[in-house]
Design a protein around this ligand. Structure first.
Ligand code: FES
Length: 150
């Protein structure tokens, strides 16, 4: 993000430490993630150390610290999906793309996230790729989808 974008966001706040979460939400909404540069900017504005900011922000699963890929893969790990093979799907994504949960492939094609219940348990196991929900997913079908998607 550019300096002007940070100052636009900060202009709505007084600089109190209680502003941290709403500021991070705005940054993530704008940039898609919280970069190291963003943490430095917020640190300067709120007079908080970068470690304090990471400490608070990492408590909230909503915040991400890596740049999102063009396709965001979310493997549901809610109970219904977990018992129907969500863990195998998660391992398959990691193995196929060579990344761990929370990471993005070097070519920026995919990022890999774990999700809580996506609200369609009867279709378990479920994988969401961007806004598309793929139901009753199998490892084989998931690998085919990952190979096809660009
Ligand atoms: S547990 Fe996966 S959709 Fe509910």
């Amino acid at each position: 993000m550019k300096e002007k974008e940070y100052s636009d966001i900060f202009s709505g706040f007084k600089g109190a430490q209680t502003d941290l979460i709403p500021i991070l939400v705005r940054i993530q909404d704008k940039a898609g993630y919280i970069s190291e540069q963003s943490v430095r900017q917020v640190s300067g504005f709120l007079k908080m150390s970068e470690n304090q900011i990471y400490g608070v922000a990492s408590f909230y699963p909503k915040f991400r610290f890596t740049r999102p890929g063009r396709k965001s893969i979310k493997v549901c790990m809610g109970t219904a999906c977990h018992v129907r093979g969500g863990l195998f799907l998660s391992e398959a994504v990691g193995w196929k793309l060579g990344i761990a949960i929370g990471q993005t492939t070097e070519d920026m094609r995919f990022d890999f996230q774990r999700a809580g219940c996506l609200g369609c348990c009867t279709l378990a196991p479920v994988v969401k790729i961007n806004e598309d929900v793929h139901s009753r997913m199998s490892v084989t079908r998931l690998k085919e989808i990952l190979e096809k998607d660009d």
